[in-house]
Design a protein around this ligand. Sequence first.
Ligand SMILES: CC(C)(COP(=O)(O)OP(=O)(O)OC[C@H]1O[C@@H](n2cnc3c(N)ncnc32)[C@H](O)[C@@H]1OP(=O)(O)O)[C@@H](O)C(=O)NCCC(=O)NCCS
Length: 306
Amino acid sequence: MAIACPQTESHIALRNQLLQNALRPEPLPFKIQSEYPIVLGEKGTEFSHCLFHDDRIVAHANLWPRDLMDSLGQRVAKVGLIGNVATDESYRGQGFMKQLFQSLESKAILADLEALILWSDLSLFYQKLGFQSLSQEWHHQFDLRHRRGAGNFRLIPSDEIHLVDPTTLLAIRTSTRYTLHRSPNEFLEMLHIPNLDLCLEYGIHNEVIAYCITGKGYDMIGVIHEWGAPSIDHLVNMIRFVQESFKFPEIILLSPGTLAKSRRKQLDARATKTVKGPMGLVKLLKPSKSIELALDQCFIWGLDSI
Ligand SMILES: CC(C)(COP(=O)(O)OP(=O)(O)OC[C@H]1O[C@@H](n2cnc3c(N)ncnc32)[C@H](O)[C@@H]1OP(=O)(O)O)[C@@H](O)C(=O)NCCC(=O)NCCS
């Protein structure tokens, strides 16, 4: 048994096949690696950890070091995101993923990462590996009950995504107490993920004043997982526009648990349902009061999760 990053094109092809079989068993019009252009991309092999056994790749997980920033743009901690976790079906239940996680944890400690973060419904499995709930987020559900107000909205076709200025979007994105750093180049790369829709609202001088993103490959269909708007009125009108455009019977809006109370109450009043729940799962590697506070109040946008 050995754990290593994929070194050859054949390793990458075997890894992609393992992930496709384990995580995307139904046929889709795009490949799993196109959903994670950075960590499963050609330049991202250092984030990809494969467990080799019997001359095969039998288990895989990504470990992606990221900077956790405060609202002033200062780094407060280095954390590791874990994703694309899968063991080949015929090798499950033999402790392979547990061994892979032990190895990732040692690598993370060596790299000075203070916590590991992931997203999953398999909370029992991850509890066994030492993970617990991370932070809180709001889910507001909207249906087509209300009529849309005025606004100059536009869905950006995929062949125009390269014309979008990611710096403008980052500047108008809803503020968070703590979130992950994302460079404009990374943002642009992520906007090319299949099944992702970007909606912009333009002001009177044709400048972008609001945006929202729905969908992300196989995930987040009918979910607005990133947004920025000058007011809740603008946001709700944009939600209606997206809903009408795609004929979604309902749409879910994700927001930071620390969203300003006044904005949250306005959303509550317009939504058909409001739920608050854990944002993800975390394992602290280097406990301290400051990292615990930052993790407790952090919000990680859908595009940054893996
Ligand atoms: C979930 C998965 C990665 C587990 O891999 P694995 O190599 O079989 O796991 P291990 O054998 O190392 O199991 C480690 C421990 O977790 C337990 N476990 C494994 N799968 C579990 C599950 N689905 N729910 C709860 N516990 C689970 C094992 O019993 C073992 O417990 P023990 O230490 O008390 O013996 C694998 O089942 C898989 O690839 N599933 C399909 C893809 C998937 O769901 N990935 C996770 C997406 S977030």
